[in-house]
Design a protein. Structure first.
Ligand code: ATP
Ligand code: MG
Length: 281
């Protein structure tokens, strides 16, 4: 049974103009443990697709299957439980002002715990070692007790990714993890995410603007344009010609990457301890 099964899924935002679909008749099947990048020009529907997979957005049409269930046929309580098995990391993580980094990272664990344990860990960050280890993967461990509202944009983004790592979720859905990161940090972040997924057998789906990163580090690439899947192939099969067609009229988003860009070559750790959720001590 696949982890994700979307059949002819169409979705639009409430408030969007009638007739305009953010994703349009999308078919997508992802097996457990796959590492998939979603690429495509700005406005193509990448974030919307991630939200539809996460059951954060109810499609207007089509069928969504997630972990052997039909989420939109479930009661609210069972839907909530189903969502606890995945982690959706938005591009800009919601970090409450004045919160400490450690608390913020450990919030990634909350969905997987009982109410009282969660409440306790909010006041007493008992898993601070787990948070620190996750932050170290993104080279930001020294910020453990800093306030999140005093971090730079890139630092906040890395805190959001550390949060995904500690979640121990079976399905990681990460929206634009590299948008605020320099190339070195970007390399680290991708190595940490892909390594954690491979180590734990979790499924990883990431939207990306960096096509070279997608080709180098992801097994499979799903390309969206105007809300439709333009191609869905093994990353080794993605040619420059396919990318040029995908980004036609959006060449500025692509050219700087294809021309003279240093190819990304990542060494990915096989197993990472962080792949499993850390338990309360
Ligand atoms: N909150 C919203 N309300 C109405 N329409 C929206 C909203 N967010 C996105 N859209 C529209 O839905 C379509 C798909 O947007 P989406 O954010 O999924 O694209 P994207 O591929 O993630 O783009 P980007 O690369 O810029 O993040 C676009 O046409 C966009 O204008
Ligand atoms: Mg987006």
């Amino acid at each position: 049974m696949p982890t994700i099964r979307l059949e002819r899924v169409s979705a639009r935002f409430s408030g969007a103009r009638a007739g305009t679909l953010a994703i349009d008749s999308v078919d997508l099947t992802v097996q457990r443990g796959e590492v998939v990048a979603i690429i495509g020009p700005s406005g193509a529907g990448k974030t919307t697709l991630l939200q539809a997979i996460a059951c954060a957005l109810r499609p207007m049409q089509g069928e969504v299957g997630l972990f052997d269930s039909s989420p939109w046929a479930l009661s609210r309580r069972r839907l909530h439980r189903l969502r606890a098995r995945l982690f959706l990391a938005p591009q800009v993580p919601p970090l409450p002002p004045r919160q400490r980094v450690v608390t913020s990272v450990l919030a990634g664990l909350l969905a997987h715990r009982g109410f009282w344990t969660s409440l306790r860990s909010l006041f007493y960050p008992v898993d601070s070692q787990a948070a620190q280890a996750a932050l170290a993967r993104f080279d930001i461990a020294e910020k453990l007790f800093d306030r999140v509202d005093r971090l730079s944009g890139g630092e906040r983004q890395r805190v959001g990714l550390a949060r995904a790592l500690v979640s121990g979720a079976e399905l990681l859905l990460i929206d634009e993890p590299l948008s605020a990161l320099d190339p070195t940090r970007a390399r680290q972040a991708i190595a940490a995410l892909v390594g954690a997924a491979r180590g734990s057998g979790a499924t990883l789906i990431t939207t990306l603007h960096q096509v070279e990163v997608a080709r180098a580090s992801f097994e499979r690439i799903v390309a969206l344009r105007d809300g439709r899947v333009m191609f869905d192939v093994a990353s080794a099969g993605v040619s420059d010609a396919m990318l040029r067609e995908l980004y036609a009229d959006h060449e500025d988003e692509l050219n700087s990457q294809l021309e003279g860009a240093t190819p990304y070559a990542y060494t990915l750790p096989g197993q990472l301890e962080l792949a499993r959720p850390m338990t309360c001590r």
